[in-house]
Design a binder for this molecule. Structure first.
Ligand SMILES: [Zn+2]
Length: 109
């Protein structure tokens, strides 16, 4: 079997693919970095939360794992990225720590 016709996408190309794949990539990265996915569409979240539309997940781990994950994900233009005390990003703007996100990183695309 030949795989000559398949090209490996660069990381940059991958981040240009639709939100679903970005979320999938982020989820894979979280797991590779040793974090646990604690919530996807289940659980209780703010009204209108991206969790309900399957565009968000929460990941938990040690403080160093979560801050490393926050830093890595801040470069992927997420729609929402929250982790106290590292900070918060909403629609590309840095809004600072929003509270309530000390034990997990919230990410949405
Ligand atoms: Zn969340």
């Amino acid at each position: 079997m030949s795989h000559d016709s398949f090209e490996t996408l660069s990381t940059e190309d991958l981040t240009l693919v639709a939100g679903g794949s970005q979320l999938g990539n982020a989820r894979r990265t979280a797991q590779e970095m040793g974090l646990r996915i604690t919530s996807t569409t289940g659980g209780r979240h703010a009204p209108g939360s991206y969790h309900y539309s399957g565009r968000a997940f929460d990941a938990a781990g040690s403080h160093s794992q979560m801050s490393a994950f926050y830093r890595a994900m801040s470069k992927t233009s997420p729609t929402e990225l929250f982790y106290d005390p590292s900070g918060g990003i909403k629609h590309g703007r840095s809004i600072g720590p929003i509270g309530g996100h000390r034990d997990h990183v919230h990410i949405a695309y």
